[in-house]
Ligand binder design. Sequence first.
Ligand code: COA
Length: 266
Amino acid sequence: MEFDYRTIKLLLNDPFEKVAKIVINRPDKFNALNSEVIRELDLAINEIEYRKKEIWAVIVTGAGEKAFIAGADIAEMVKFTPPEARYFLHSAQQMLNRLENLPMPVIAAINGFALGGGLETALACDIRIASDNSLIGLPEVTLGIIPAAGGTQRLTRLVGVGTSKYLILTGAKLSASRALSLGIVNEVVARDKFDEEVERLVKTILKMGPVALSAAKTSIQTALDENLRAGLELELDKAVECFQTQDLREGMNAFLGRREAEFKGK
Ligand code: COA
């Protein structure tokens, strides 16, 4: 099933069952994020939230051969007054918060340039897989601005203050392998094998019980927002929730019976 947007595509169960795929679709502008893309991404997230029982994983990627997302749309931003800039960046932050807080795993399939708002989008995803031709960074200061769709916050939480300052203050554009060595992406794969490697990753995730995945994701997220005591309490509650599911019995019995588990999301 495909939804009708102008600047993005949302595909459900295509190419994989139980998966939603969001494609930023402005290849002639290297998928730069303008206000319309942000609005449509918000609508796509609504749709995914509404169908959360049937969607077990989400892929975010860019159209075309060159770019994942080459950043916020500079041609649009150059005209912003300060209040317009605040509105745009606030919308982008809110949309990325919603993406990050989706209950199922979200995979950034980085197929080329992931710069500025592109990397910020990827940082709001749970797992990042990049093709080996990708170029990754937050070069905003080279334009006289700063990463403000969560970049200064999420990159710092991911890689620490030292590396975050180094990357943001130099505006460095990293190769995929350097981004891997710094922990910014989780896997780098050859461009010509990219689609099949994304498929392998997604299929690995789809083998798991979705209730457990969601519980794990929420618990990990809490580690960033809460102190250890509150995080441990939530982790405990989420684990007990898993004990209320058929999936947990299925997973454990499958292990004991030496067979593959078949999870139902119940
Ligand atoms: N905003 C608006 N348009 C962008 C864009 C952005 N962030 N990034 C790329 N584009 C557009 C270019 O204007 C060009 O469009 P045109 O053909 O209509 O002129 C098209 O995408 C291709 O980009 P181009 O610069 O010609 O390709 P390149 O291969 O020479 O360079 C990049 C690719 C990604 C290195 C270069 O486009 C770039 O540096 N983009 C900006 C990255 C950035 O600073 N992002 C942070 C923004 S906050």
